[in-house]
Design a protein around this ligand. Structure first.
Ligand code: MG
Length: 376
């Protein structure tokens, strides 16, 4: 019996993870859950999965020991060692809980990409020191992990991250400045949280995934390519030095990468239907257009420069997306402000955690300052 815990249990990753866990009652026992504000759903999860403890952002629940807020999250991961920790919370708030958890877990099933973008070197080193296996849950990275199959980085020529192109792939670019939050979060393939949906519309999501892949697989950024693949059947590909390319294909269902992260190295039966090739028709692949998706180019640039540029990229993106969702800035302002803040940053090499947290704070202040000018 493996002890499992889920951070972000009421979000799309968390609910899918619990769906997977519920099919293996003899294999996993839920130790703790965390949720931000969806107390109603958390209460149902407590009743069903009987965790010993929960952490909540706000509100009150019964039936388990309750921790609160960001500090509570760091406490709970320290107080309660588990075999598998699923991190399904979005954004930079995952960083400190992940670092606090590493000495207390055996496996990290990681859906959050922002923490790796901010402090990938620190996380990967600490995971190695503590002999924690990091299993990617992000569908593209799970695909690459599955295609790699063994520790064979020297046999890999390139990896290809596929992206659907999001809801604005065919929208005339002259309309971009008037894109509403509702249009931006209307993803054609995946049902996800608001932040990652906006990131998909700008393709910043794919840019963050390039940096995520760089850390997870130890590959140089120049060997990580992005291709637009609107059908989203191929979740990513690995090209080997002998000219062979392996692709992982599956229907769009997060339970597939989640389950693999939990049961690896075994594959176990699942209710998720396989790809129906005879009904597919054509699969299309094309080069992303940086004019249409300036955020992708900015992210690539930050990834290539390395140091603390990705940390600043993530902070200003989080702020800009929040302001866009509130209706305070235009869709096209997101890329503009991120680029400006990148230009103002004085990067630090081999930054410590404290330096990273300081730079994250600086980037948020700068972004706010520049956004303030847009608001007026
Ligand atoms: Mg992804």
């Amino acid at each position: 019996m493996q002890k499992i815990a889920i951070l972000g249990s009421t979000g799309s990753i968390g609910t899918n993870a619990l769906d997977v866990v519920s099919r293996f009652p003899g294999k996993f026992k839920v130790s703790y859950l965390s949720a931000n504000s969806n107390i109603k759903l958390l209460a149902q999860q407590i009743k069903r999965f009987k965790p010993k403890a929960v952490c909540v952002g706000s509100g009150n629940v019964n039936g388990a020991r309750v921790y609160r807020g960001e500090q509570g999250l760091r406490r709970i991961v320290k107080d309660m060692p588990v075999d598998v920790l699923v991190v399904g919370i979005v954004g930079s708030s995952a960083l400190l809980p992940i670092l606090a958890a590493l000495p207390n877990i055996k496996r990290l099933a990681l859906a959050n990409k922002e923490a790796l973008v901010m402090a990938g070197d620190i996380i990967m080193k600490k995971a190695k020191r503590n002999k924690v296996g990091i299993l990617p849950v992000d569908s593209e990275h799970s695909a690459i992990f599955q295609c790699m199959a063994k520790d064979n980085a020297q046999e890999i020529k390139n990896i290809y991250l596929t992206g659907s192109g999001g809801p604005l792939l065919r929208t005339p670019m002259k309309n971009f400045k008037n894109i509403t939050p509702h249009q931006a979060i209307n993803h054609p393939r995946w049902k996800m949280g608001k932040k990652i949906s906006v990131d998909s519309a700008t393709m910043m999501n794919k840019g963050l995934e390039v940096i995520e892949a760089h850390h997870l697989f130890g590959l140089g950024v120049d060997r990580i390519k992005v291709v637009i693949h609107p059908e989203t059947v191929v979740h990513s590909m690995v090209e080997f030095v002998d000219g062979s390319t392996l692709a992982q294909m599956a229907t769009c269902d997060m339970r597939t990468p989640i389950q693999y992260a939990l049961t690896y190295p075994s594959r176990v039966a699942s209710p998720v239907k396989g790809v129906k090739f005879s009904e597919l028709g054509a699969l299309n692949f094309s080069q992303p257009d940086f004019k249409r998706f300036p955020c992708l180019e900015i992210a690539y640039d930050a990834a290539k420069k390395g140091k603390t540029y990705p940390c600043v990229l993530n902070a200003s993106n989080e702020m800009a997306v929040t302001e866009f969702l509130k209706g305070h800035i235009r869709f096209t302002d997101i890329a503009r402000v991120i680029e400006k803040v990148q230009g103002l940053h004085k990067a630090v090499k081999n930054a410590t955690l404290n330096e990273i947290l300081e730079i994250d704070k600086w980037a948020r202040c700068k972004t706010e300052e520049i956004l303030g000018a847009y608001n007026n």
